[in-house]
Design a protein around this ligand. Structure first.
Ligand code: ATP
Ligand code: MG
Length: 415
C-alpha cells in the first residue's frame, strides 16, 4: 500500500546501457512527460548508464553521457589511469550471467547503482521543482522497472539502493513499486492496440529488446483497457551490447587486443562512435581507420600493423562478418519468441509489438518479420520504442488496476 497523499508518479527505467525517467501528475494522467534534459545533451529520452569515478573509485566525477566524454578528461590534462569508467553494472544483478562486466577490484556494483540513482535523483528533483514547486518527495510514487526474469531478491537489492540514494526513507518505504520491463512495455502498447484493431479478449505479445536483456510477455486485452498475463514472462541476455561485444572481438582480431584495450582507455568516445556507426548500417563496411578512427592507429603494432599498412588501413567488414556478430543475439531472440508463441494455441497471438532500443535495428526487424509473419498477423514497432518502458511504468503507477492478473513465475500460480 502506498501513501494516500501521492500527487505525482515518477518512473525510472534503469537500463543496462541507457537510463531515463518520466513523470505525471495524478490530476492529469494523460500528460506523461519523458525527461529529455540531461547535462551534456538535450532531446534524448535517456542518458548513458555510465559513471566516471576518481582514481579511488570513490567520488563520481561525471555521469551519463558526460562520463564517456574523453574531451573532458583531456581538458583537465590528466591521465586515464586516474579515472575509472563504470558501465553495464546493472548486469551484476542478473543471476544467470556467468561472466559479468568487469569492475575495478573491491568495487561493489551496488555502490555504482546507488551513485547513479543519486545523480538521477538530482535531475528528477530539478524537474519536479520546475513543474510542481514545493512538492515533497514524500508525495511521489516511484516506479522502477526490472527485467522479467530477475529473481525477487534483486528487488530487495534495488530497494536498498533506492533507499540509500534518498528517494524513500523509513516512513515512505511504500512509495516504491516495481514493475517488470515487459509489463511496462505492454501497458505502453495498450495505447496502440486500437490502431491495430485489437479488441477485447485479443492477445498480443510484447518484446522489449534492450541493451542487456530482451524481455517478453503475452497479454490479453480485457474490458476497460485492462491486461491479463497469459504465459510466464521470459527473457534472455541477448540485448544489443552482446552485438557490440562481438564487434569488438572482431576488431580486436584485426588490430590486436592490446591496441583495442589502449584505444578504449584513451579514446573511449571515439570507440563508442565507431560502435554506433557500425550499428546503424547493417551492411558490409569498408572501415577506413585513417578517416574513421585515426586515434587507434598509433596503438597497432607488429604483423597486424604491417598487414593493415599494406591494406591502406582499411578493414573490410563483409556481410557475413556483420551477420555473425548479430546472429547469436538474434537467434536467441527468435527462440524466445518461438517459445512464447508455442505456449499458447496457434493463432491466439494476434499482434506482436517490439520496443526497446535494439528494436530499431533494421536487421532485427527483418529477421523477426521473416521468421514470424506466417504466425502473427501484425508485427509492429510502435513509436518511441526507447521511451516505451518508462512511459508504461508511469501509467502503471497512475493506475495499478490496469493489471488484472499476473502469472507468478516462481510458483506458476496466478496473482
Ligand atoms: N538503430 C539501432 N540499431 C541497433 N541498436 C540500436 C539502435 N538504436 C539503439 N540501439 C541500441 O539500443 C540500446 C538501448 O536500448 P534500451 O535503452 O532499450 O536498452 P537498455 O534499457 O539500456 O537495456 P536493458 O533494458 O536491457 O537493461 C543501445 O545499447 C543501442 O545499442
Ligand atoms: Mg531497457
Amino acid at each position: 500500500m502506498t501513501s494516500t497523499d501521492i500527487r505525482v508518479v515518477v518512473a525510472i527505467d534503469f537500463g543496462t546501457t541507457y537510463s531515463g525517467f518520466a513523470c505525471a501528475n495524478k490530476i492529469n494522467p494523460d500528460e506523461i512527460e519523458t525527461n529529455t534534459r540531461w547535462s551534456g545533451r538535450e532531446g534524448l529520452p535517456k542518458t548513458n548508464t555510465a559513471l566516471l569515478y576518481d582514481a579511488n573509485c570513490d567520488q563520481v566525477l561525471r555521469w551519463g553521457e558526460l562520463a564517456l566524454f574523453q574531451e573532458q578528461r583531456r581538458r583537465k590534462n590528466q591521465d586515464a589511469e586516474q579515472f575509472h569508467i563504470i558501465e553495464r553494472f546493472k548486469l551484476h544483478l542478473d543471476n544467470k550471467m556467468k561472466q559479468k562486466p568487469q569492475l575495478p577490484i573491491m568495487f561493489d556494483y551496488k555502490k555504482a547503482i546507488t551513485d547513479y540513482l543519486i545523480k538521477m535523483k538530482g535531475v528528477i528533483e530539478e524537474t519536479l521543482e520546475r513543474r510542481w514547486p514545493g512538492l515533497s518527495l514524500k508525495q511521489v510514487l516511484f516506479v522502477l522497472s526490472v527485467p522479467a526474469e530477475w529473481l525477487p531478491d534483486t528487488r530487495a537489492v534495488l530497494r536498498e539502493c533506492v533507499f540509500r540514494a534518498g528517494f524513500i526513507d523509513e516512513d515512505t518505504h511504500s512509495n516504491l513499486e516495481f514493475i517488470t520491463e515487459p509489463e511496462a512495455a505492454a501497458i505502453h502498447c495498450l495505447s496502440v492496440c486500437n490502431e491495430h484493431n485489437l479488441e477485447e479478449n485479443d492477445t498480443f505479445l510484447v518484446v522489449d529488446c534492450g541493451g542487456g536483456t530482451v524481455d517478453l510477455t503475452v497479454r490479453t486485452l480485457l474490458a476497460g483497457n485492462k491486461l491479463r498475463e497469459v504465459t510466464v514472462r521470459t527473457g534472455g541476455l541477448c540485448g544489443s551490447t552482446f552485438v557490440d561485444e562481438e564487434f569488438l572481438k572482431f576488431l580486436g582480431r584485426k588490430v590486436g587486443i592490446k591496441a583495442l584495450g589502449a584505444f578504449k582507455e584513451q579514446a573511449y568516445e571515439d570507440l563508442q562512435k565507431l560502435i554506433h556507426r557500425f550499428f546503424y548500417e547493417f551492411e558490409p563496411i569498408e572501415l577506413d581507420l585513417e578517416t574513421n578512427c585515426s586515434a587507434l592507429i598509433p596503438y597497432i603494432s607488429g604483423e597486424l600493423k604491417d598487414k593493415l599498412e599494406e591494406e591502406d588501413w582499411v578493414i573490410d567488414i563483409e556481410y557475413d562478418d556483420v551477420k555473425n556478430m548479430f546472429d547469436p543475439a538474434i537467434q536467441t531472440i527468435i527462440r524466445l519468441i518461438d517459445a512464447q508463441l508455442n505456449s499458447v494455441p496457434p493463432n491466439k497471438v494476434k499482434a506482436m509489438f517490439l520496443v526497446g532500443g535494439f528494436s530499431e535495428s533494421p536487421y532485427l526487424t527483418r529477421r523477426i518479420k521473416e521468421s514470424f509473419e506466417d504466425r502473427v498477423q501484425t508485427i509492429a514497432f510502435p513509436r518511441n520504442p526507447i521511451a516505451a518502458i518508462v512511459k508504461g511504468a508511469v501509467s502503471y503507477g497512475l493506475n495499478m488496476q490496469v493489471i488484472e492478473s499476473r502469472i507468478i513465475p516462481w510458483t506458476f500460480g496466478i496473482e
